[in-house]
Write a protein that binds this ligand. Sequence first.
Ligand code: SF4
Length: 493
Amino acid sequence: MKIYMTDSTYRYDIEALAKAIFKTEDLEATRDLDECGPFLAIIHKKEDDAFNLRVVWKNEKNAISEKSEMVKQPAGDVRGNKKQVRRRLKHLMVKTILGDESANILPWGTLTGIKPSKLVHEMIQSGMNRQEIRSELESEYLISKEKIDLVMGVAGLEHDFIYPPDPKKISVYIGIPFCPSKCLYCSFPTKVNAADRIKEKYVKALAVEIRRYAKEIADYEIETVYMGGGTPTELSAAMLREVLDVLNGTLDLSGLKEFTVEAGRPDTIDEKKLSVLKNSGVDRISINPQTFNNKTLETVRRGHTSEDVHKAWEMVKPFGFNSVNMDLIVGLPGEDIPEMESTMKNVSIIRPDNLTVHTLALKKNAEMRKSSVVKMLPGEDAVAQMINIAENGALSLGMEPYYMYRQKYMLGNMENIGYAKPGKACLYNMQMMNDLQTVIAFGAGVMTKFVSLEENRILRTANYKQVSDYIESPVEMAERKIRTKKILDNANI
Ligand code: SF4
């Protein structure tokens, strides 16, 4: 698909939406509109106090559709004006290419961002009522009624947990980038089968980074701690204890509301590790089957079986964690309706407190992209039906959708949804999706997010991705955070 743009101001948004509409990654910029073949032209020009927007679409049959509009630009509000032009350009694109039936073809309408509920919260904060929000989502963002119901429900549930935002409350994330094997769909630079000596060095480096940074957050209340990965339980029980002792001994966790550790791969859990977690204050864990079909688990190289998940669950039960989550992936190679039904049957036997239903995303760095198994991926209609099966299963277990996000390269341009039983929603997940709380992250490959509520601004700072680089530089990683925070503080003066 060829795309012509007057300039690159809105390039990212235009390309992201064009990819969703045309269901292709292959976009080619062109400067020559006279050449043959289909093209999309996006033209925006400033004229006095308004922007003239024009979208021209020539399809494969050489039929041309065209729409244009003038967007008034009140003086002074540069950021607001830019936002408005972006929003109207995207609206015009969908209307020009898909016409009035767009909601059936593109259920998320013009939304290309990954956090739909954040948009609803922004509308609530601007004083809009429920009906006004619904109608704006439908008429301006062209979102389907079904997705509006979903995002309104999620935002309503989240609201009670995350509002009013408090700048003195933060979350802490710890990254453990080790795994027992590499899943075929994984794009994360996790270290597979790392030697104990590397893991030990990593744990020591983590301790250095946490201790170096601790005094910077001494005046904040830590609301949640989330240890993710990778697979944190790929560490030995002794290493896990060391990390948890550093956290408990260095940070003030007296106001903690939730402490999660991802025990993602069931084959990495044992009773020793579970007692370390339980005795260190961890109250939420995650065991991630992804699917309960052994053939698929083998295809995607999960390295465990469905029986391992059931065994892990039996092992976990007596420990009495407040909440246990399970992650599923819809759309894995070779799966269709019967496989999804079988997976949900297994979920209904286990009855976890949370169920997170992801739709497979074919990420750029994932081995799966180059593998022949991509030919075994289910089609969009099947994926949509499987998502419905998962949704019905979660609802029948008494769960409600409580957080959601979208990702690039997802099959069928769908979404990931977290379901929870009443009182079991994960606070960290809700905070992460709505960008209302600072998250201080420690470890390799992690991202710290400083949120300035006052300035409505977010600054992020990344740690080294590779374990070998991180092990050499934990102090530098802590100091990076200190510098970034200073930039934000100075901007606020
Ligand atoms: S468990 Fe997660 S981090 Fe580890 S290889 Fe699989 S997808 Fe990647």
